[in-house]
Write a protein that binds this ligand. Structure first.
Ligand code: UTP
Length: 469
């Protein structure tokens, strides 16, 4: 579709961003039309209010309303069995789809490709995408239904992600079971005056619109429409960087679908925080609704408050695993009510008049992102399920230290070592309780320790041993 220069010019003038067209006449005609096309996809009418709200906003936003710890479900074995049976019925009926958000830039890890291509398992180094593909295949077999897998990419990694899937023959899954789509982008603002930055002459500096942008992306891509057509009403949302997250969990699905505990719109998993100042968002109740308060926004007096048994009162750490109903995701995607969060970063850009490249030495630009957990207060009643960190949460975020490939590798060895011990294998551990052998168990072999019963297993595993099942 050809885009009219004068229409765009009018829109830019109306919101005080006409500087973007200063170099327009110097561009080649093909670059002019690519530029106009990019400009036409930016919602200019919302820019003035974003500038007004976020140019000088403090990054810390205090919760509005009375804050209390979130109500958390700790499922004892009997409750878990009940919930699982309800959840399994829903899965078998083909009502659940898996949804991975994989549009992030992975700057902290420093991996150049899409994060899903990162080798994550302790022995064979399977990439994250393969780990989840195997989980999806295992779940499809177990519940006898092809689980659909939706994956959100970004403009920056969409092509590389598609090639990776194609090169790996879609990890053996039917091609029709997987849908990839890119997330939206937002223009970066000059932190000093709110002017939209240009990356180069004829190109606005853009950044991904955050994992909260997944709601809009689900709708624009046609994923929501496809789900509706297929009778899928539940989206199992998880991040690309946590290889031990169970992507389809019947207990969680059963809880989400329990009308006594949840409105069935959006549910979450939590792990208890390790220490008061652990840098994770915390599920709280604010003004009667479940919300995640970011660690930097939770007053330190509340962070360290304990109950009669000495347990932190605000300990419900967010691990970014959610269930969303399709109607809820659709409604939110149409209303686009999630707030924006600003991050001031170094954004390479150019002078709009001369086109000269500007390499910032200090953070110069505002990037705007939406967060998925901001959808929680827009749901009716939201359920939060406590799960064990050792079983479900070992993210790869940083290159070293906490939440790094090494901590994730160790967490996998510890988890699979535990499964083997549950089945009578002697597993050597160090003084801190960490497993000394390298172990990996494919979801196609076992989805939990009970699946190993009756399988041929070694008698013991010691330091230096390597086992792939
Ligand atoms: P993170 O907040 O860990 O960000 O994303 P990141 O981009 O992966 O890593 P850093 O901060 O640059 O080091 C959490 C999850 O949300 C996805 C990521 O792919 C990851 O699964 N995400 C994040 C998106 O899909 N889009 C975004 O715009 C941001």
């Amino acid at each position: 579709m050809s885009v009219d220069y004068n229409t765009i010019k009018g829109q830019l003038e109306a919101c005080g961003q006409q500087h973007l067209l200063k170099c327009y006449d110097d561009l080649e005609s093909s670059s002019q039309s690519t530029f106009l096309d990019q400009l036409s996809r930016i919602p200019w009418d919302s820019i003035p209010s974003l500038v007004e709200q976020y140019l000088n906003a403090q990054s810390c936003s205090l919760p509005r309303g009375d804050v209390a710890p979130a109500e958390v479900t700790i499922a004892d074995p009997e409750t878990a069995a009940e919930l699982a049976s309800r959840g399994e019925e829903i899965i078998r009926a083909g009502r659940v789809a898996a949804f991975t958000v994989a549009g992030g830039q992975g700057t902290r890890l420093g991996w150049t490709g899409p994060k899903g291509t990162y080798p994550a398992t302790p022995v064979s180094g399977k990439p994250l995408f393969r780990v989840f593909a195997e989980q999806i295949e295992a779940a499809s077999r177990r519940w006898d239904t092809p689980i659909r897998w939706y994956i959100m990419t970004s403009e920056a990694n969409d092509a590389a992600t598609r090639s990776f899937f194609a090169d790996n023959n879609w990890f053996g899954l039917p091609r029709t079971q997987i849908m990839l789509f890119p997330q939206g982008m937002m223009p970066c603002l000059d932190a000093s005056d709110g002017k939209v930055l240009m990356e180069s002459p004829g190109c606005v500096a853009m950044s991904p619109d955050g994992h909260g942008g997944s709601l809009g992306a689900l709708r624009r891509s046609g994923a929501i429409e496809q789900m509706e057509m297929l009778g899928i009403d539940t989206i199992s949302y998880f991040q690309i960087d946590n290889p031990i997250a169970p992507v389809i969990d019947p207990v969680f699905i059963g809880l989400h679908a329990d009308p006594e505990r949840s409105s069935g719109e959006m549910s979450s998993k939590m792990v208890p925080k390790i220490r008061p100042d652990e840098k994770v968002g915390v599920f709280c109740t604010v003004g009667g609704h479940t919300e995640v308060i970011e660690y930097s926004d939770l007053p330190s007096s509340l962070q360290s408050e304990t109950d009669a048994e000495g347990r932190l009162r605000y300990d419900a750490g967010n691990i970014a695993v959610h269930l969303l109903s399709v109607p809820f995701a659709k409604r939110l995607s149409e209303q686009n009510e999630l707030p924006w969060h600003r991050a001031v970063k170094k954004v390479p850009c150019c002078d709009p008049t001369t086109g000269q490249e500007l390499i910032p030495e200090e953070p110069n630009g505002i990037k705007l992102e939406q967060f998925i957990f901001d959808a929680l207060p827009l749901a009716g009643r939201s359920a939060t399920l406590e799960v064990a960190r050792s079983r479900e949460f070992a993210p790869i975020k940083n290159a070293t230290g906490t939440d790094s490939p090494e901590s994730c590798r160790q967490a996998q060895c510890d988890l699979y070592g535990q499964w083997l011990e549950d089945n009578g294998v002697v597993v050597e551990r160090d003084a801190d309780g960490h497993v000394l052998a390298s172990i990996e168990i494919s979801p196609l072999t076992a989805m939990h320790s009970g699946d190993l019963a009756g399988q041929e297993l070694p008698a013991r595993l010691d330091q230096g041993d390597r086992l792939v099942l």
